[in-house]
Design a protein. Structure first.
Length: 143
């Protein structure tokens, strides 16, 4: 039986830029950073000679995101679309989506559109992109 969702893993191509985004813009705190290599990581990932830096970060409710910066087994950055098969985005509840949108735009963060109120009036939503291309859904609950 599943007890909870432990974390979401995100492979990055520029660890410093991604850390800046997740820590300084979204408010995550680094809980653990490791350079991983050896038999254990090779076995669980199915690679040989793996070398990866992992950074686990948490937010105030204990939710965790793990950034993975592969030094070995790098692949070319892919263009991601919201309608790709499989996981496409991470959604975060925020206190003021309009304020975050304005701040992020001024910092050069790309958005798909301006914040929009859902048809049922329950939420205001906007999607932006993290440095590695992950879509981030910012949701402000209105009711």
């Amino acid at each position: 039986m599943i007890l909870n969702i432990r974390h979401t893993g995100i492979v990055v191509d520029n660890l410093d830029a991604s850390l800046d985004f997740y820590i300084n813009k979204l408010g995550f705190v680094v809980s653990k950073q490791m350079d991983e290599h050896g038999e254990f990581i090779d076995r669980i990932l199915g690679f040989s000679n793996t070398n990866v830096t992992t950074v686990k970060m948490t937010i105030n409710d204990g939710s965790m995101v793990e950034l993975l910066d592969f030094k070995s087994h790098k692949i070319k950055k892919m263009v991601k679309q919201l309608n790709d098969i499989g996981p496409t985005h991470i959604a975060f509840t925020v206190d003021d989506v309009d304020e975050m949108h304005s701040q992020f735009i001024s910092q050069g963060i790309e958005f798909i559109s301006n914040p929009q109120v859902s048809p049922d009036g329950y939420a205001k939503v906007a999607f932006c992109k993290a440095p590695e291309g992950t879509y981030i859904e910012l949701v402000e609950l209105l009711k």
